[in-house]
Design a protein around this ligand. Structure first.
Ligand code: AHG
Ligand code: MN
Ligand code: MN
Ligand code: MN
Length: 336
């Protein structure tokens, strides 16, 4: 039995550090956490509750939606639309923004989320997650528009992810460091188990989808080649590789033991006019906020992700994040 700090207690105490935050913020986070618990239950029960397989539909990015992509999206909406804290939501699985329906009061925050990250792994029972980001709605939120969501990552009030792995965890930042909580299924509460998470500045582990190698830009090729050259190469040490294909699981590994994660720009995406693989508002920004708050770095290759001015709701960007010294090295290769 764990008798530690619950997430509810933690966020009430945390809120005292946020300028202008009222009970609204705590209550919003609680509703997000409830949604993650419901998704955790669905993911855990998988085929027993008929949750696996394809939904037979496509999202705005042309990806085939899994049943659990759609279900998790609905869970997030239902948990977060009624309480009066939000003006609107935006998600990977919805083409347009979701303004809070008129039957509920509208609040001052905006919520973006990736309801199920790594969903290509769901049918093979490998870790998946949920990513979320909270912004303030400019103008108070009575008539929210897509433009209200187009805020740089530096404006995020909070960001977090839930990881549905061997245990369910929730990792959160409100701009005051990063803390990790583990779901105690018996009491239904997340308990603080990983206080003040820090990413080691150095690493000898990288994560990249190597099947795209022939499409990479020269700086990325150079970096990975030097890792592969190991002890005999310019780095003078051997590297290990991991690729889970769940960004949440990769970021969690990096928060736990360091490493660098890359979904860089490549010529295949360039030819399609696509800015990258991962989505800025509900993947790259929240993860970059968390990684920076844990002492790591997060760039597109050429610039800091959190400084980007978003241009559209589902905009994609290249992502390189993790151990600070490696990210700085990769940045310098892009500048060379
Ligand atoms: P999602 O399942 O939310 O669409 O995101 C998938 C993302 C990310 O989690 C992962 O890092 C990457 O796509 C995997 O891409 P590849 O299948 O190209 O390796
Ligand atoms: Mn997807
Ligand atoms: Mn995702
Ligand atoms: Mn997703």
């Amino acid at each position: 039995m764990h008798n530690g700090t619950s997430l509810t207690q933690f966020i009430i105490e945390e809120q005292r550090h946020i300028a202008g935050a009222t009970g609204d913020f705590t209550s919003l986070l609680n509703d997000i956490v409830t949604a993650c618990k419901v998704i955790s239950h669905l993911v855990n029960h998988g085929a027993l509750v008929g949750a696996l397989g394809s939904a037979g539909t496509e999202n705005v990015q042309g990806e085939t939606q899994k049943k659990l992509d759609v279900l998790s999206n609905e869970v997030f909406i239902k948990s977060n639309e009624w309480a009066g804290h939000l003006a609107a939501m935006a998600s990977e699985e919805m083409d347009a923004i979701y303004p809070i329906p008129a039957k509920y009061p509208r609040g001052k925050y905006l919520l973006t989320f990736d309801p199920l990250d790594g969903s290509s792994n769901i049918d093979v029972n490998v870790s998946v997650g949920t990513i979320f980001s909270i912004l303030r709605c400019p103008g108070g939120g009575s008539e929210p528009t897509e433009r209200d969501f187009l805020q740089a990552g530096t404006q995020q009030v909070a960001a977090g992810y839930a990881l549905y792995g061997p245990s369910t965890m929730l990792v959160l930042t409100t701009g005051n460091g990063v803390n990790g909580f583990t779901l105690d299924q018996n009491i239904g509460e997340f308990i603080l188990t990983h206080p003040r998470m820090q990413i080691p500045a150095d690493t000898s582990e990288f994560a990249i989808n190597m099947s795209n190698m022939r499409f990479w830009e020269p700086p990325v090729r150079r970096y990975i080649q030097e890792c592969l050259d190991g002890k005999e190469g310019p780095r003078g040490k051997d590297f290990n590789m991991r690729w889970i294909a769940s960004m949440v699981a990769e970021v969690h590994r990096i928060l736990t033991r360091g490493g660098v994660f890359m979904y860089p720009m490549d010529s295949k995406m360039q030819a399609k006019g696509q800015g990258g693989k991962l989505r800025l508002l509900y993947e790259a920004n929240p993860m970059s906020f968390i990684v920076e708050q844990a002492g790591g770095g997060a760039i597109t290759g050429r610039e800091r992700i959190l400084d980007l001015q978003p241009e559209s709701l589902h905009q994609r960007v290249p992502v390189i994040l993790g151990s600070k010294n490696e990210v700085e090295r990769i940045l310098s290769y892009h500048q060379a």
